[in-house]
Design a protein around this ligand. Structure first.
Ligand SMILES: [Zn+2]
Length: 84
């Protein structure tokens, strides 16, 4: 089976060998919603994973940037946007 592997891991943080073989395992207890998607770090290598309809997967660079923007928005707090 050919696996297309998007470059999602930041440089300098090698993906755990087990993750390469069996895939990442999301730590659901640390899952957070960023107003768009659920994100959770991999239990083994810490790579942030995004929850898709088919399960947890490594995000694309676009999604990583979107996630960072959403987190920044959350960090800014209620100014401009109020969370109920
Ligand atoms: Zn992993």
């Amino acid at each position: 089976m050919a696996v297309t592997e998007p470059r999602t891991a930041p440089r300098g943080s090698p993906i755990n060998l087990l993750c390469r073989i069996v895939g990442h395992g999301a730590n659901r207890q640390r899952a957070r919603h960023d107003m768009e998607d659920y994100w959770a770090p991999c239990r083994r290598c810490g790579t942030m994973l995004v929850r898709a309809t088919t399960g947890w997967r490594a995000p694309t660079m676009v999604e990583v940037e979107k996630h960072a923007a959403n987190l920044a928005q959350i960090a800014r707090g209620p100014e401009g946007m109020r969370m109920e």
